[in-house]
Design a protein around this ligand. Sequence first.
Ligand code: PMP
Length: 404
Amino acid sequence: MTTEPRSRVCARFAAITPSATLAVDAKAKALKAQGRPVIGFGAGEPDFPTPDYIVEAALEAAKDPAMHRYTPAAGLPALREAIAAKTLRDSGYEVRPGDVLVTNGGKQAVFQAFAAILDPGDEAILPTPYWTTYPEVVKLAGATPVEVFAGADQDYKVTVEQLEAARTPRTKVLLHCSPSNPTGSVYTPEETIAIGRWALEHGIWVVTDEIYEHLVYEDAAPAHILALVPELADRTIVLNGVAKTYAMTGWRVGWMVGPTDVIKAATSFQSHLTSNVSNVAQRAALAAVSGPLDAVHEMRRAFDRRRRTMVTMLSEIQGLEVPTPKGAFYAFPSVEGILGKQIRGTVPTTSAQLADLILSEVEVAVVPSEAFGPSGYIRLSYALADEDLVEGVGRIRELLAEAR
Ligand code: PMP
């Protein structure tokens, strides 16, 4: 009897695309390790420390023997209640604490949201450019990501007409992320309502990633789809977490809120995968979500100042198209006007090649948009010190001025 040769890694894992950010990141880190003055625009995290009162709550929790034990997989009851209260306060819709599942970062909530509702053969619509994790998670669930592209000319926001053109009988879910990583775009209430009504009309689920809800600038306001189209509640999963709002990326606390049956199924899954999130981190998150928003208002002021500096400086670079981001902490210029031109003896034709060139020539790390779907753009985080920002964008400007 012959046996089929079997690959060592399963097909599902083998199909996971390695993050395109990693190549740049690894190179930047290697240069830094050699003592080079690399400036990094890659980080997707606030550069502030976690506020003191949150850290204090964690210290207290670490001394509490009850926190040294397993706790319910879905999260500490007090935290689930506080998340429900915070959701009403910040987002304007009511959720039951029992419909909140506390996860290891927003990332686990992203995974579990898609894994809980997608079957093989289903399609998930991803407005593109998308955050790098979404398509991988959809594929792991055996489903197919369907990209709907919106470029700089439409402020990276998809329209209902585009969504409708992508809809098939297999469309199960639409991903909605506003403010957006990677583009910094924020959908207006009118746009959000139109998208919500379209999903409602066609029985399409919505996974709404609201992790940047407090980071909006100018006249933009976070438009929570469930506050605007409450009838969607039966088919909507809300993702959120403390990482960006409270400068807590390392603490790993996020959550998902959804219909009771979905949360129950996702909790069963999580009970096998990770059990409860670290109790110490949960108690820190409890202090965060039940406390004031002063710290995030302060961070937002700093981000806003840096955002304006970055947009002004990038806009002065010939060949870049720079829509003004209204949320999160990313600028996402189009570099299509630079590609195909010669810079210091090379001719980059993709944003990945350009990012590589920027790193090797002027020691500035940016994330090429291949990490988020299409080529032709770069993402720069403005969550870094003002003087580094000015220095880094200045170096890019000098380099790109040589493009012929
Ligand atoms: N969603 C989006 C859009 C993000 O940018 C991130 C972080 N990069 C997350 C979810 C996950 O955040 P975390 O796992 O750190 O809570």
